[in-house]
Design a protein around this ligand. Sequence first.
Ligand code: PMP
Length: 450
Amino acid sequence: MLSNSLVELDRRHLIHPVASYRGHEERGVTVLQSAKGVFVTDAQGRELIDGFAGLWCVNAGYGQPSVVAAATEQMQRLAYATGYFDLGSEPSIRLAAELADLTPGDLSRVYFTLGGSDAVDSAVRFIRYYFNALGKPEKKQVITLEQGYHGSSTTGSGLTALPVFHKGFDVPLPWQHRIPSPFPYRSPEGEDHRAVTAASVAALRDKVAELGADTVAAFFCEPVQGSGGVIVPPDGWLRAMRETCRELGILFVADEVITGFGRTGTMFACEHEGVVPDLMTMAKGLTSGYVPMGAVVMSEPVYQAIADGAGPDAPVGHGFTYSGHPVSAAVGLAVLKLYTEGGLVENGRRMGERLMAGLGALAGHPLVGEARGRGMLAALELVSHKDEKRKFDPALKLGERIFACAYENGLIVRAFPDGVIGFAPPLTCTPDEIDLIVERTRKTLDQVLD
Ligand code: PMP
């Protein structure tokens, strides 16, 4: 059978560095064959609803004809154009202009990357160039959050707080630092949201004071933390942190790789609080997973300082072969059209409310400690003892069990090893599809510990 030979070839040749929840070694990989809308079909012909939009990226849903046509047409017309030598291509220029238009405030200068990790790396490099240009080369330390995720390059994994990404790489690097995450369900301040925000502001001030304000360049955060377990900060937190960065003279960087492009109910999550970051990183929904692409978008003053400071003594040495790839950019333009004119951001906002209502109704389930989320980015945190918010024993391998059980029930979700279930469905979902995700989740909760 085709799928058996593929599984064997995969076992022999394809590296899956992050362990498969379905027991990659014993059972082998599950090959996905096709997808349409929010449903994927595996090699056994089984149809599943994708409650995670691939890896929180297929925001526009699978098999969108306008996206396929845009890619095909661009490949035929001009498959490649470098951004070096002052050359360019129409789609990359138009996409940069659209992003300048869609992002908040004076964010207006775009550098394209291949994904999120290199968008974060690029942001770090541009920030160094910025402070070098201002004659403050000692300002290079970066502060991030516990439970944060910013990629798996060496720079990105050091900014990431998840220990599995650190082992063996001597990261965090000496200039990378962290403060606690604003996590109402588990922070010492409990569910007192004002206190959680005040604690974060104090932690940032203390960390900057400890390191020396003259040495700190930036604070990076996800407006809703994704890979750390979908952690939603209190209302007002983002604005308070942004303002604190301004007071402290450090740059505020919003990593919207997951939260961008309608994922939380607005085009960008910063919009919920009218926050304008100095730099924003993005990827995933930018091309909805059809082709790789990311970007770092910076404010006009940040860009101007870098441009004015760049000379023979302060060169800006940064560039990727595939930066602004015309086919990716053409896909980006087609996808943006679906988000805006096609109404997907608005549909995602409405469906996000339905998803949260459905998951909220599961909060009474004996295994569910908390249902949380914003828009189409949500999670259930499972606990063994609700009153104590106690996590399950890791030996139980709850994450693997949840993934496998949900799969048997025709649902793909992200099952974090510690028992958090992540949801990030395509923004194209209908009410019935949202209800199906919730219903199959309920069934999974009822069965997972049998
Ligand atoms: N930043 C955030 C917030 C992310 O969630 C991710 C990926 N999950 C990245 C950066 C890295 O993106 P990529 O995997 O495309 O390199």
